[in-house]
Design a protein around this ligand. Structure first.
Ligand code: PEP
Ligand code: MN
Length: 283
């Protein structure tokens, strides 16, 4: 047709998330940290917000360690309706108060489209949990916000499905999506899930979006978390989100996979040693 200079065949079903039209990697700036190439973001904190003291001690540890992004769940997606469901808005208040005192930004899960406004008042990054990767009503609502979204791969989601879920958010007008590999369900039972470390280079090739790894939910056992974190760094991930607790034996959720503070500090030391050899730096 006259006036048409070239026609590009769209090969991937996800257009905005694909490298095809956006060859350069995307960096997402949040709370003074750039998530993307050249920076390995370490997001840490408890599985669930339990008490003010617990979150305050986490925030102090992160500040001391030079980290900026604190995780913590206030709305918890629990397999059993009888398990602790999180403190809700009170948990968000505890998180944001501690974050404010220590110059941190909150990363926390939003479970439903009805809670997006509420959680956005306290959070710097909105987390979509594995169980909600294909909650399309939630993804559409997040497309209307401009806060960065941490989108976790579901336990049975393919890489293409993860990228299509990112596409929902981006199509809505929010380009700030960080992907997260958190383990997929396989026949293995020693680990809670199977960390699909291969997803990291695959997603790097297919998409310009940053991809981080959650070694805690992938492994389900704190003993395995340091090695999985180092593997994430070596595989080219843009960061990790890791569960820590001042006293994992007493955690209200996911104590088994939570690092105590000394073990977390050891891990940070090792990540900081390795990062420069891979052209990146822990943030
Ligand atoms: C979490 O990060 O607290 C969580 C519930 O993780 P996932 O959605 O990956 O199971
Ligand atoms: Mn957890």
């Amino acid at each position: 047709m006259p006036g048409v200079e070239s026609v590009l065949r769209v090969l991937k079903p996800y257009k905005l998330a694909s490298r095809e039209f956006h060859p350069d990697p995307t960096r997402i700036s949040v709370g003074g940290v750039s998530v993307g190439p050249g920076s390995f973001a370490v997001i840490a904190g408890p599985c669930s917000v339990e008490t003010e003291g617990q979150v305050e001690s986490t925030a102090q540890l992160l500040q001391r360690s030079g980290l900026k992004l604190m995780r913590g769940g206030a709305f918890k997606p629990r397999s059993s309706p009888y398990s602790f469901q999180g403190l809700g808005e009170q948990g968000l208040q505890i998180l944001s108060a501690a974050a404010g005192r220590h110059g941190l930004t909150v990363v926390t899960e939003v479970l439903s489209e009805y809670d997006v406004d509420l959680v956005s008042r306290y959070a710097g990054v909105l987390q979509v949990g594995a169980r909600n990767m294909q909650n399309f009503a939630l993804l559409k609502a997040l497309g209307e916000t401009r806060l960065p979204v941490l989108l976790k791969r579901s336990m049975m989601g393919t890489i293409e499905e993860l990228l299509l879920s990112a596409e929902y958010i981006m199509k809505g007008g929010n380009p700030h999506v960080i992907l997260c590999e958190r383990g997929i369900r396989t026949f293995e039972t020693e680990t809670r899930n199977t960390l699909d470390i291969g997803a990291v280079p695959a997603i790097k090739r297919l998409s310009h979006l940053p991809i981080i790894v959650d070694p805690s939910h992938a492994m389900g056992n704190w003993h395995y978390v340091p090695a999985a974190s180092m593997a994430a760094l070596a595989a080219g991930a843009d960061g990790i989100i890791v569960e820590i607790h001042p006293n994992p034996a007493e955690a209200m959720s996911d104590g088994k996979q939570s690092l105590n503070y000394p073990h977390f500090e050891d891990l940070l030391t090792r990540l900081k040693e390795l990062a420069p050899h891979l052209g990146t730096a822990v943030n």
